[in-house]
Design a protein around this ligand. Structure first.
Ligand code: F55
Length: 829
């Protein structure tokens, strides 16, 4: 059509053949097209990985169509937008999630099978995107899924680390860390935006200048690094809305290191330029001990600066001044990690937009919302003033100004209570002067959220008491939730089909309220039977995996009892292991005839220890040492097995959770801010053995204590128990199992000494001894319940039926209404 004479747009519409089609034949054509032109393999010879790549690119094309339409729609409607700022997103695999949310899984499977491939096998080819540590990071991922599904005009912003969370390998029972160079095999799920980039400044000095007759501060940087955008489309389920997760990568900037350029040292110039990329190189593993690390501060500022430049550019495309900014922009701080953004926004408004202090401060205080994920005051971030001054000199000035304004405001309200003022100050005075990032976040945000009701109470009474008294209305909570798309539909297809069959609808996938209707059928023997069949299928998958990973053969008749999460003393994996030792000891000392009454168990533990956390690493080794003894003891056989699942991550969770009968959430009360693993297990019909900590109290309300195994001290009892701890003798069974470890029953006597010392009378900070008896009782109650198959099945169905309240859809609706003030903005279908 060389002679075409219409406009460019007319020509484009003429060429466009509607959206990509989702029937198997169209998908097949697309897959083969990508085999040949993207993967560059012959269509007559390509392997599973290449087929995965081609399929992913076909799915990506569909995501891009929707992404474009959604962004255009948002632009046209100009609603208030939410920007979710987080240093961590634990997305896991994208293919399996995308085909579900696009509603094309069956079509893909059919298309592939005719080409001689199996969808499940291809989906397994994908490695996890593990740009985060644990609960906080996976929560961000679940919330992105809900934001997209509920049609909210939201974007996520974060860092595109080259190395995600370390891989855990186990050698001789010890954890070793390996780098996760996840981009090695390409990443079809991101779109590199070479033209979306912003300079980010560091170091240097601050000068004063006269602009339009007013003095203005000018920051002359010592180093500039370029932030380049990588967009990751996030599709909603049952909607065309597809939102964006924009991750920044550091690249050398044109203006980087002008000096060596001028000296003509060409080679050194290039070597120095390359150093800029270090900023987005590696995710810090959460050992909560890198306070004061320069690179960490640079990472935080790098992603915040680029994100704000991007957000402001988008705002200014439409608006001539900042009056409408608070009505158009909500900025969510995911923990304190992105909190430097309050200062950065202030700096931009003051120094670049030349707004007056009052006006700028007024805007800042209307746009930020802050969610904290911790309970411990000592876990709150602090940055030494010296470090701040060197890396971000202008920001330090602004912090001082903010703090001055805050102190003045405070004085007016509370009078001259200097002790309280010094507690609340953003600047901590002392031998080393620090910036208290949490105080900064609370002062500058209009809303502070906890992640469960119990957590919120602790924030008010222990962590931010002074602030709560000053601004009670600022404090809210939104109990965490998880997405049923990933945690039932993607990871447990058999259960998904069963639920839809019995409810007569799959509406629960978008509207989780429907799940409660399962309660009506909980006692139905047919459902119970089918429910058990589904569990069996999932246990088979898990058993196969266990055998491959650890060589241990497990019986499907045994109760699969699982604790998977990051290893921390407060999460008390050690309590679990001591419980297993007790069970082993009982079996060993039993009469042969009594052994027949024992309910067989497979105890499964998995999780990564922070690399520098000695005790956590010893817990992993102890688990292996105990497993070695138990699993090879012929007296025990199938009555008890202990296995450690290495490298626990999102995709391993997708396999483990559906195959579990019982799961443990046994933190010392008052330490787990919320916990989200429990919610995933609940959705999959696993019974919970738990302490009344974090969100568990709300789960009890929903499911009923009679359908759970609750034990241990309550949050309010813990402080007194701790005080008495050295005077109250720990129970005899506890002393006995600790002694077995101490005496070298499982080997490594010297190595485990410090571990045993950490729970000795008088030093048992996490109260393992004090909770041990009630822990064993709860375990026994679980055994008794498990033997009664009908009862257990009913309890299991009621868990799933009651899990709706713990969907991230509910959390996000709540945030949208009460915290962010945003409305859905749905693409017309
Ligand atoms: C990561 C980095 C730093 Cl510097 C500190 C903490 C973390 C981290 O991973 N925290 C985390 O996962 N916290 C958890 O957040 C979950 C989601 O809110 C809670 O459910 C859980 O209780 C909490 O420990």
């Amino acid at each position: 059509k060389a002679g075409f004479s219409g406009t460019k747009n007319e020509r484009m519409f003429e060429l466009m053949d509607g959206f990509l089609k989702n029937d198997p034949v169209s998908l097949q054509k697309d897959i083969l097209h990508h085999v040949e032109y993207t993967v560059a393999r012959s269509r007559f010879s390509f392997d599973d990985f290449e087929a995965y790549q081609a399929l992913s690119h076909s799915v990506r094309d569909r995501l891009i169509e929707r992404w474009h339409d959604t962004q255009q729609h948002f632009k046209k409607k100009d609603p208030k937008r939410l920007y979710f700022l987080s240093l961590e997103f634990l997305m896991g695999r994208s293919l399996s999630n995308s085909v579900i949310n696009l509603g094309i899984k069956d079509q893909c499977a059919e298309a592939l099978s005719q080409l001689g491939f199996e969808y499940e096998v291809l989906a397994e080819q994908e490695g996890d995107a593990a740009l985060g540590n644990g609960g906080l990071a996976r929560l961000s991922a679940c919330q992105m899924d809900s934001l997209a599904t509920l049609d909210f005009p939201a974007w996520g912003y974060g860092l595109r680390y080259q190395y995600g969370l370390f891989r855990q390998i186990i050698i001789d029972g010890f954890q070793h860390e390996q780098p996760d160079y996840w981009l090695n095999f390409g990443n079809p799920w991101e779109i590199e935006r070479v033209h979306v980039s912003y300079p980010v400044k560091f170091y240097g000095t601050v000068k004063e200048e006269i602009v339009n007759g007013k003095t203005s501060k000018v920051w002359i940087p010592g180093e500039t690094v370029e932030a380049v955008a990588y967009d990751n489309p996030i599709p909603g389920y049952g909607t065309r809305n597809t939102i964006n997760l924009r991750l920044w990568a550091a690249k050398p900037s044109e203006g980087h290191d002008i000096e060596s350029y001028n000296t003509g040292d060409y080679i050194n110039n290039i070597v120095n330029r390359q150093k800029a990329e270090i900023i987005s190189n590696v995710l810090y593993p959460d050992d909560r001990s890198y306070q004061g690390k320069e690179l960490r501060l640079k990472q935080q500022y790098f992603f915040v600066s680029a994100s704000l430049q991007d957000i402001i550019r988008r705002f200014k495309d439409v608006h001539g001044n900042f009056d409408e900014f608070p009505n158009k922009v909500a900025l969510q701080l995911n923990d304190t990690h992105p909190s430097i953004s309050v200062v950065e926004l202030m700096r931009i408004l003051l120094d670049e937009e030349h707004l007056g202090w009052k006006k700028a401060w007024n805007i800042v205080r209307q746009v930020f919302t802050f969610t904290t994920h911790t309970v411990l005051p000592q876990a709150l971030e602090k940055v030494p003033v010296d470090l701040f001054e060197s890396v971000l000199p202008r920001h330090l000035e602004i912090i001082y100004d903010i703090n001055f304004a805050f102190m003045e405001e405070l004085k007016k309200k509370i009078g001259q209570d200097y002790v309280r003022m010094s507690r609340m100050s953003i600047v901590e005075e002392g031998a080393v002067k620090n910036i208290r990032v949490a105080n900064l976040s609370v002062v500058c945000s209009h809303t502070v959220n906890g992640v469960s009701r119990a957590h919120s109470e602790l924030l008010k009474t222990r962590v931010f008491t002074d602030f709560y008294e000053l601004w009670p209305a600022k404090f809210q909570y939104k109990t965490n939730g998880v997405t049923q798309r990933r945690w039932i539909v993607v990871s447990n297809p058999s259960l998904c089909a069963l639920i839809s069959k019995w409810l007569g609808t799959d509406s629960w996938i978008r509207n989780v309220d429907y799940l409660t209707r399962l309660k009506e059928h909980a006692s139905n023997p047919d459902l119970q039977h089918e429910w058990r069949m589904v569990k069996k299928i999932n246990k088979m998958r898990l058993a196969e995996y266990i055998e491959t990973m650890s060589g241990v053969k497990v019986s499907l008749d045994a109760m699969f009892d699982v604790q998977v999460k990051r290893i921390h003393e407060y999460k008390r994996q050690l309590l679990n292991i001591l419980g297993v030792i007790h069970r082993y000891d009982c079996i060993k000392n039993m009469e042969e005839s009594d052994r027949r009454k024992v309910v067989p168990r497979v105890c499964i533990i998995g999780g990564k220890a922070p690399p520098g956390y000695e005790i956590a690493k010893k817990i992993i080794k102890l688990c292996h040492a105990v497993a070695e003894t138990i699993n090879n003891d012929e007296d025990v056989g199938d009555l008890l097995k202990l296995v450690f699942i290495p490298d626990y991550n999102v995709s391993v969770a997708e396999l483990v959770i559906p195959g579990s009968d019982l799961s443990q959430h046994i933190s010392t009360a008052g330490h787990e801010a919320s916990g989200t693993g429990s919610m995933k297990f609940l959705m999959n019909g696993c019974l919970l053995l738990a302490t009344p900590d974090g969100s568990t109290n709300e789960i009890i309300e929903e499911i009923g204590a009679e359908n759970m195994f609750i034990f241990g001290a309550k949050i309010n009892e813990v402080p007194a128990l701790r005080e008495q701890e050295s005077t109250v003798k720990s129970p005899i069974q506890f002393a006995r199992v600790v002694r077995m470890v101490k005496d070298g029953y499982f080997g490594y006597k010297d190595y485990f000494k410090s571990l045993c010392d950490s729970i000795e009378n008088g030093k048992d900070f996490y109260l393992l001894g004090s909770d041990f008896t009630s822990y064993l009782e709860a375990q026994e109650a679980a055994d008794v319940a498990y033997v009664d198959k009908e009862k257990w099945s009913k309890m299991s169905i009621l868990c799933t039926a009651g899990s709706g309240r713990f969907s991230s859809d509910r959390t996000i609706e709540d945030y949208a209404e009460k915290t962010w003030g945003i409305q859905p903005c749905k693409l017309p279908s």
